[in-house]
Design a protein around this ligand. Structure first.
Ligand SMILES: *[C@@H]1O[C@H](CO)[C@@H](O)[C@H](O)[C@H]1NC(C)=O
Ligand SMILES: *[C@@H]1O[C@H](CO)[C@@H](O)[C@H](O)[C@H]1NC(C)=O
Ligand SMILES: *[C@@H]1O[C@H](CO)[C@@H](O)[C@H](O)[C@H]1NC(C)=O
Length: 650
């Protein structure tokens, strides 16, 4: 079992190293073969202990860690360092891969070093800490793809300027704690150069500078090195430059770098005081962080997962390798399947770093190109709100399109709402706060985010609940990601669910923020009553939820609507308000429905005056029967518009 898993991990590592991936890009591993050890010796077991302790010690914000294992002649020294900008999750993943790959690549070597784009890891039989080492070395050159670049005269001047600054800045960067520097320089109007240098932080400033200087020496001197991107990797430091921003910008470290650099004339005792102050500050914040960490770990395990996801999200690392996803979901096994949505199967998975994810494997029918898909995913991933399920990334592989979401532990709202046992878990205060949460989530989609997203399939099964019963809307932006031409206000493919769809959308494929408002209204009435709106396209029964709610409202007995399990404990004014909001949302005419902004202010404000609802949609024309031919045209993928408009019940 264990060996099978290890094998699978190894396999994945191998695949990862051979395919293009934005996470943990392998560069080289070098075994120093002069000294070797035999299998099953003390040194071998010490080495294993060392590697597992390195990979298990990737703690948040610790980008460098060194340790030893064993004693005397069998002692092993080891360290890892992650690039200064990579998020914690990626650091952890990278070190994890490195500790798996290094023993298989160097099975009997007493000394080895492995480099990825995101991290380096090394071990040795001798003391290697705080020593500057520039052998073995590895160099990567990206050949000139665009000859026009060479002609841009600024290229080498810009490169010089970047490279000259890096050694100084790496040596002093972040007040000497981090030994990491990035620099960017315009080479011409169209070309910007990005450089990065980093030393293991156990080096002295002088050693770091010599190490980076040495690495820069390896790069082209003046003109015509013929490369537009290069990386030089040493055991103690590395340098890289590219014509695109390959590192993540961190405003903080850049500004600190320059301020320290610009202050070279400051007397040493002032620097000493500043350093002492910084050390104290760091110590205090460390203690604070630890306390917070312990506290949050105790109270809510989910919170550090959220942080993790947060870090994961702000980068180009949105693209996941297919092998990683296969491994996370045990090759999309039946056991890991957790649901089926309108767009494909959903699986639960666990990433190498331990993070739980939900993997949505889109059915293979969507015709959109890879680039468009990527662009849309990038946009949707930027939407971040407490009441939205977070999109972490995506994966593209030939015919496969996969979306990766944060994993929300509880099931969807319908599992609670329409289940006679679980219903009891939802008290009125909880239902009220779920309604408010959903409203805020939709408001964010409609108005507050930079993209205006119309969800188009708001319903209880698209609202997930986390451990604290906080609602999180899922499946938003699907239309954008899957079918690009649907961004306009008309569609030839109705994606909603009957019973929640507004009349104008169901009949004419016409959608707007007000169609979401309609669906929200139906859902609010369902949350209040615990009853499912039984309206199907063919038959809108006269006693369906909307007409029932309307009749209760008209008869001034809105509390009759309440789910019987809550008859005892509820706030009458809140219930009444919610029934009224629900009815306002399901008005036939979109203009009569409030916006989400208005709804949120109704929910938050006790004294606000709300208009009185009229008879809801479908009810007025409840007797309108649609024939089955029409039904078929709606449930298929295309709708005949001219035909639809002739039957519009107005
Ligand atoms: C690592 O680099 C060395 C020196 O360039 C080369 O000989 C070796 O084949 C490389 N190893 C791998 C696994 O790429
Ligand atoms: C090392 O130990 C394993 C099991 O512990 C054994 O299968 C293997 O044959 C041993 N190898 C050597 C060279 O002794
Ligand atoms: C580089 O160019 C961009 C736009 O062309 C400009 O906004 C930026 O200030 C320039 N940066 C430097 C360092 O000159």
């Amino acid at each position: 079992m264990v060996t099978k898993l290890t094998l699978q991990l190894l396999l994945t590592t191998l695949i990862l190293t051979t395919t293009k991936t934005s996470a943990s890009v392998f560069n080289n591993v070098t075994c120093t073969n002069t000294k070797t050890f035999s299998p099953n010796t003390t040194f071998h077991s010490n080495l294993k202990t060392l590697l597992s302790s390195l990979s298990s010690n990737v703690i948040n914000d610790v980008r460098f860690f060194h340790t030893t294992s064993g004693k005397d002649s069998d002692k092993v020294y080891g360290l890892y360092m992650c690039r200064g900008d990579v998020p914690f999750a990626l650091c952890r993943e990278c070190v994890g891969f490195a500790t798996l790959k290094i023993p298989s690549s160097c099975p009997s070597s007493k000394e080895a070093v492995i480099w990825y784009n995101e991290c380096l890891l090394r071990y040795s039989y001798r003391f290697i800490f705080s020593k500057m080492e520039t052998w073995p070395r590895y160099k990567i050159e990206i050949p000139m793809g665009d000859p026009g670049l060479l002609q841009s005269r600024g290229f080498y001047a810009g490169l010089r300027s970047v490279l000259n600054e890096l050694p100084k800045e790496a040596a002093v960067s972040l007040s000497g704690f981090n030994k990491y520097a990035v620099k960017q320089e315009n080479a011409s109007v169209s070309v910007t150069l990005y450089g990065l240098a980093q030393c293991t932080p156990d080096l002295s400033a002088g050693d770091c500078r010599r190490c980076v200087d040495d690495a820069v020496e390896e790069l082209p001197k003046a003109c015509c090195g013929g490369s537009i991107g290069e990386t030089v990797l040493f055991p103690s430091c590395f340098v890289r430059y590219e014509t695109y921003p390959f590192y993540q910008h961190s405003g903080a470290s850049a500004s600190i770098t320059t301020s320290v650099n610009g202050g070279r004339n400051i007397p040493t005792h002032v620097i000493a005081i500043i350093v002492v102050l910084v050390v104290i500050l760091v110590a205090i914040s460390c203690i604070g962080c630890c306390l917070l960490w312990i506290k949050s770990k105790k109270t809510r395990k989910a919170s550090d997962r959220e942080n993790l996801v947060l870090e994961f999200n702000n980068s180009e690392s949105l693209e996941f390798d297919f092998a990683t996803i296969e491994m996370a979901t045990s090759m999309f096994s039946e056991d890991s399947k957790i649901g089926k949505g309108g767009y494909g199967q959903v699986y639960k998975g666990i990433l190498p770093c331990g993070q739980e994810i939900a993997v949505k494997r889109l059915s293979k029918t969507s015709g959109q190109g890879a680039e468009e898909f990527k662009n849309e995913v990038m946009l949707i991933a930027k939407l971040q709100h407490r009441n939205l399920v977070r999109l972490i990334g995506f994966c593209l592989e030939e015919q496969e399109k996969i979306l990766i979401y944060e994993y929300v532990p509880n099931k969807s709202l319908d599992h609670f709402l329409f289940d006679s046992k679980k219903q009891k878990q939802l008290t009125w205060p909880e239902r009220y706060s779920i309604i408010k949460g959903i409203a805020r989530g939709i408001l964010y989609l409609h108005e507050d985010s930079r993209l205006k997203i119309i969800h188009r399939d708001i319903k209880p099964s698209n609202v997930l609940l986390d451990n604290n019963m906080i609602p999180k809307i899922s499946d938003f932006g699907m239309a954008r990601m899957v079918d690009i031409e649907q961004i306009q206000g008309y569609t030839n493919r109705v994606v909603g669910t009957y019973g929640y769809m507004s009349p104008e959308y169901a009949m004419h494929g016409q959608f707007s923020v007000k169609s979401d408002v309609f669906s929200f209204g139906v859902m609010v009435l369902e949350i209040i009553s615990g009853k499912k709106n039984s309206c199907t396209f063919e038959s809108c029964r006269i006693d369906d939820l909307l007409s029932y709610a309307w009749n209760q409202w008209k008869g001034e007995s809105p509390f009759e609507m309440l789910d019987p399990i809550m008859q005892e404990s509820y706030a009458p004014n809140e219930v009444e308000k919610c029934v009224q909001i629900g009815l306002l949302c399901v008005q036939e005419n979109p203009d009569d429905r409030p916006t989400m902004g208005t709804i949120v202010s109704y929910l938050n404000n006790v004294s606000i005056d709300m208009p009185f609802p009229m008879e809801p949609a479908f009810f007025m024309h409840g007797r309108t029967r649609r024939n089955s031919a029409e039904h078929q045209s709606y449930s298929g993928h295309s709708t005949n518009h001219s035909f639809s408009s002739s039957v519009r019940p107005r």
